[in-house]
Design a binder for this molecule. Structure first.
Ligand SMILES: [Zn+2]
Length: 330
């Protein structure tokens, strides 16, 4: 017998990735799983569901259900189901009970204030099967709350849904959510909204044009201190299989506290599983910093900074000319 499933979890618990995997598994067996989401949520562009890990899949909107022929459909999957209205959940119940098609909904349980979303409320009330997808708080306890973070602080007031806002969301355990305590320090890989970090990236590389060449293809990491971005780094895989550190920037008022070094050690750990050396191209003035972390000089590119940048880059009162490339064995 077909069932209505509600699989809920906090931010970052891989709900969308799970939804995409379930759809893939149906396809593998030669069956059809229809992917839906409420139209309200348009963060991922038009008719796409996208996960933080970078997986994405095409979808239709729940609002379009009347135009979709479900006769050849073996399963309906709904992402971002917290945004469903009561009437839409009722419609999903009808699909299960009257058309015999299982419906699997993925969504958040509660909003940033700890209140149930409308969709979650009715799914909790009516689903045949309720399952939790677990994730952890920075303290190691299970994260069940979704904190809204703006300017490095947890905010507790505002609209339930803010579309296109600059806020981000962090999954916390109930204790740290109610105290508003974000991780003292953590390094996160950033897969979406990379342009938010441009002001800091421009500190290390003043050319937007150069940053555009590697930001999309590269992996961006952010070191957060009490919810604020203290340092960012971008690494890019080169054609020869080695990786290159394209950008490493520390917020001007947070320099001299070892954050650059922490970021480097994190990159060494992450990349050592994938390659045996990391390159960096930098100015003469930064060479001692990299040598301190085990990089050795490889070669120099004469007049690199004067030829690749429209305006002269001044560092310690001198115009930068040559680029020094260093390499570190991982
Ligand atoms: Zn916690």
């Amino acid at each position: 017998m077909a069932k209505l499933y509600f699989r809920y979890g906090a931010m970052g618990s891989s709900k969308t990735a799970n939804a995409i995997m379930v759809q893939y598994n149906y396809q593998e067996r030669g069956q059809n799983a229809l992917m839906l989401k409420p139209r309200l949520d348009n963060r991922d562009g038009d008719r796409t569901v996208g996960s933080r890990s970078g997986l994405n899949a095409p979808c239709r909107y729940v609002e379009e259900l009347d135009d979709i022929d479900l006769t050849a459909c073996d399963c309906v999957i709904v992402d971002e189901a917290q945004f469903l209205t009561k009437a839409q959940v009722q419609r999903l119940v009808d699909i299960v009970d009257n058309q015999g098609i299982p419906v699997i909904c993925y969504g958040l349980r509660a909003d940033f204030q700890g209140n149930l979303f409308e969709g979650s409320h009715w799914l909790m009330a009516w689903a045949d099967s309720i399952e939790e997808i677990k994730t952890v708080c920075w303290c190691g306890r299970k994260a069940i709350m979704n904190a809204r973070v703006a300017n490095g602080a947890v905010v507790k007031s505002g609209e339930q849904i803010v579309l296109g806002g600059n806020e981000s969301y962090v999954a916390l355990c109930r204790k740290h959510w109610s105290r508003g305590e974000l991780a003292p320090m953590e390094i996160r890989r950033i897969s979406s909204g990379k342009e938010t970090y441009l002001p800091l990236l421009l500190e290390a590389d003043p050319s937007r044009e150069m940053i555009d060449k590697y930001l999309d293809r590269g992996e961006l990491y952010a070191l957060m201190v009490n919810g604020r971005t203290a340092a960012v780094a971008v690494v890019l895989r080169r054609d020869d299989g080695a990786w290159e550190l394209m950008n490493l920037a520390v917020a001007p008022d947070m320099r001299g506290r070892g954050y650059g070094g922490r970021m480097l050690r994190h990159l060494f750990k992450v990349l050592s599983a994938r390659c045996d050396r990391l390159y960096v191209g930098t100015s003469e003035g930064n060479v001692p910093f990299y040598e301190h972390f085990g990089f050795v000089k490889d070669h120099a590119i004469k007049e690199y900074f004067t030829e690749h940048y429209d305006v002269p880059i001044i560092e310690d009162g001198r115009v930068l000319k040559d680029r020094i490339d260093l390499v570190k064995a991982l």
